[in-house]
Write a protein that binds this ligand. Structure first.
Ligand code: AQP
Length: 327
C-alpha cells in the first residue's frame, strides 16, 4: 500500500492553486493508501508571522482540510509543531544537506531576493520538508510543480543518509499532476498563483465571496486572439483559465473548447466564474460548520498522537544509525 504524506502552510488565503495543484487530490488519495496530512506551521514561520494571525490561519487550514473532504477517521491530520520529531529530524537533515544545495533552490531565491532580512529557516526550509516526508516512510508525496525541486532534495537526503549510515529512510516518489500541477496568476500567466502575492486580484482564494470571484475572473488577463483554445505555449492565460474550468467542472478541455467555439472570452469567463463559484460554495458551507465545531481540536490532538506513534519510530532509527547515543 502507498504511504502518502503532504503538507500545506498555514499562511492564509488558500488559493485555487493550492486546491487544484495539491489539496483536491488529497481527498481522492484517501482511497489509495494511508494518508498523512499536515498543517506545516513550522514552515510558515520561515517568513515571520503575527502570532495571532498564525494561530488563526492554523485553525482555518485545519477546517479547510476537513471541508474539502479529508476524513479524520481514514487520514491522519495534524499540526506539524505538535510532533516534535519534525524539528528534531529537521536538524539531522540540516547536517546532511549542503549550503550550496539549499542556495540553489528557486523558492529560496524567489523569496529572499530583494528582502532586507532573510531568516535562516527560509534557507533550510527544504531540510525540514525532507524530515516531514521521511519521518512517515512516505512512498508518495502529492505536491504542486513548485515543490518538485524540494522533493528532489528530499530524495537526495534519504539516499545520502542511507548510504552513509545504513538503510534508514524510504526514498519517496513525487506525485505531480501534468495538468493542474501549476496554476498561474490571473494577472500574469507567467507567474504561479500564490497566496502571498500582495495583489489579491491575482488569485482566487478558496474563501472568496462569489461576487469577488466573478470580479477577479472578469478582470483576468487573456490574449487578443479571442479563441477559447488550449495552447500552453502561445496562449498561457486562456490555457490556465481552461485548466481551472476543466478541474472545477470535471469536464475534459475539448468539451469546453467546443462549447465556446465562435464565442468570445466574455461568455467563457462568465461561465467560468459560475463553475468556480459552484465548486467552492459547498466547501465554504462546510468550512463555516467546521470553524464552529468543537470537534476540531480533538481531531488535531488525535492526529498528533497517531503521527507521533509513527514518527518516533523513524526518529529512533535515524538517531541510532547516525551514532547519537540511545539508551
Ligand atoms: N499555483 C499553484 N499551482 C499548483 N499547485 C500549487 N501549490 C501552491 N501554489 C500552486 C501547491 O499547494 C501546496 C501547498 O502549498 P504551500 O502552502 O506549501 O505553499 P507554496 O507552495 O509556497 O504555495 P503558495 O500559495 O505560493 O504559498 P506562499 O505564497 O505562502 O509561498 C503545495 O503542494 C504546492 O505545490
Amino acid at each position: 500500500t502507498k504511504q502518502i504524506f503532504s503538507g500545506v502552510q498555514p499562511s492564509g488565503n488558500f488559493t485555487l492553486g493550492n486546491y487544484i495543484g495539491a489539496m483536491k487530490r488529497f481527498v481522492a488519495l484517501q482511497e489509495e493508501g494511508n494518508c498523512i496530512y499536515s498543517i506545516v506551521d513550522l514552515h510558515s514561520i520561515t517568513v515571520p508571522k503575527e502570532p495571532k494571525a498564525l494561530r488563526e490561519y492554523t485553525m482555518q487550514l485545519a477546517a479547510m482540510y476537513l471541508s474539502i473532504g479529508i476524513n479524520p477517521e481514514k487520514s491522519i491530520l495534524f499540526i506539524q509543531s505538535h510532533v516534535k520529531e519534525h524539528a528534531e529530524l529537521g536538524w539531522l537533515m540540516q547536517c546532511t544537506g549542503y549550503i550550496g544545495e539549499l542556495e540553489r533552490m528557486t523558492q529560496y531565491k524567489d523569496k529572499s531576493t530583494g528582502k532586507d532580512v532573510v531568516t535562516c529557516g527560509l534557507l533550510t526550509y527544504p531540510a525540514l520538508m525532507a524530515a516531514d516526508i521521511l519521518l512517515y516512510d512516505a512512498t508518495h508525496v502529492p505536491v504542486g510543480e513548485d515543490q518538485k525541486q524540494h522533493l528532489e532534495f528530499t530524495r537526495d537526503m534519504a539516499e545520502r543518509f542511507n548510504k552513509k549510515y545504513g538503510e534508514t529512510f524510504v526514498v519517496p516518489e513525487p506525485m505531480i499532476q501534468e495538468f493542474g500541477g501549476r496554476i498561474m496568476s490571473l494577472d500574469d500567466p507567467s507567474k504561479k498563483m500564490s497566496k502571498s502575492n500582495p495583489n489579491a486580484a491575482s488569485y482566487v482564494a478558496l474563501l472568496d465571496e462569489p461576487s469577488a470571484i466573478v470580479k477577479k475572473i472578469k478582470r483576468a488577463v487573456t490574449d487578443s486572439e479571442g479563441i477559447v483554445r488550449y495552447d500552453k505555449v502561445n496562449k498561457p492565460a486562456i490555457s490556465n483559465l481552461l485548466t481551472i474550468y476543466s478541474v472545477c467542472s470535471n469536464e475534459p478541455i475539448e468539451t469546453i473548447e467546443q462549447r465556446y467555439e465562435g464565442r468570445g472570452y466574455g461568455d467563457f469567463k462568465k461561465d467560468l466564474a459560475e463553475v468556480v463559484v459552484n465548486a467552492l460554495t459547498p466547501i465554504q458551507q462546510e468550512y463555516t460548520r467546521w470553524m464552529a465545531s468543537p470537534e476540531l481540536e480533538d481531531i488535531l490532538k488525535q492526529g498528533a498522537e497517531r503521527a507521533t506513534a509513527i514518527a518516533s519510530v523513524t526518529m529512533d532509527r535515524a538517531r541510532r544509525n547516525m551514532g547519537l547515543v540511545t539508551f
